[in-house]
Design a protein around this ligand. Structure first.
Ligand code: ADP
Ligand code: AMP
Length: 214
């Protein structure tokens, strides 16, 4: 099963993608996580990506596409995968489709998690990320057992630089301009599935499971 998660930044793509990956035993591939790991490790890719991420801009397609096309051909992706944060532009979607077509494959579901902009600002302002393992929490909706400390690895939680209010507005603008057109793109292919992302996390998950089937 090959799944794409669509939605604004902060809509809950990562939250749901992790749960789906667990239930269906397929890898969760987040391009944002890949870039953050590269930044942490000080790689050339990380250095390049950071200059865009810090400004709330998208990393150029040429730095993203090959990386994902390589990743989805690894052995652990044989039974499928869930892509979170990719594609984010029409050229990225076209490049994925082209690479899959060459393998005789295609995307099965594009799950569009719908959340209005006014809720997004609240979601991202309250999001906290672990500096150690990258786990994501929310001050109000997904709190840790001990304030400021990751439940999984015990490291400190931070507000991501790109979750600061001024960058969130920029990222929302970028989303509407460059990523939202993917909704029509996947709708035309007949694989778009809309989900109300304003429900609580478990209800959103159940709605997605219903779409994907048991
Ligand atoms: P994305 O991957 O789309 O950027 P996340 O999954 O990181 O978004 O979610 C953004 C923030 O909102 C996180 O702090 C997360 O804990 C919280 N969140 C996710 N889904 C919901 C939900 N259904 N209701 C309330 N808060 C949510
Ligand atoms: P995310 O964790 O998905 O919110 O991504 C964080 C940031 O990483 C984005 O704001 C972009 O700067 C960059 N990024 C992640 N995925 C992509 C992508 N597919 N294309 C371009 N930039 C991306």
């Amino acid at each position: 099963m090959k799944i794409i998660m669509l939605g604004a930044p902060g809509a809950g793509k990562g939250t749901q993608a992790k749960k789906i990956a667990g239930k269906y035993e397929i890898p969760h591939i987040s391009t944002g996580d890949i870039f953050r790991a590269n930044i942490k490790n000080g790689t050339e890719l990380g250095k390049k990506a950071k200059t865009y991420m810090d400004q709330g801009l998208l990393v150029p397609d040429e730095l993203v596409c090959d990386l994902v096309v390589d990743r989805v051909q690894q052995k652990d992706c044989e039974r499928g995968y869930i892509l979170d944060g990719f594609p984010r532009t029409i050229p990225q979607a076209e490049s994925l489709d082209k690479a899959l077509a060459e393998l005789g494959e295609s995307v099965d579901f594009a799950i569009n998690v719908e959340v209005p902009d006014e809720n997004i600002v609240n979601r991202m302002g309250g999001r906290r990320a672990c500096v150690g393992c990258g786990a994501t929490y929310h001050l109000a909706y997904a709190p840790t057992k001990t304030e400021g400390i990751c439940d999984t690895c015990g490291k400190e939680l931070i507000l991501r630089d790109d979750d600061k209010p001024e960058t969130v507005q920029k990222r929302l603008g970028v989303y509407h301009e460059q990523t939202q057109p993917l909704i029509a793109y996947y709708s035309k292919k007949g694989i778009l599935k809309d989900v109300d992302g304003t429900m609580d996390m478990e209800a959103v998950f159940q709605a997605i499971v219903k779409i994907l089937g048991a």
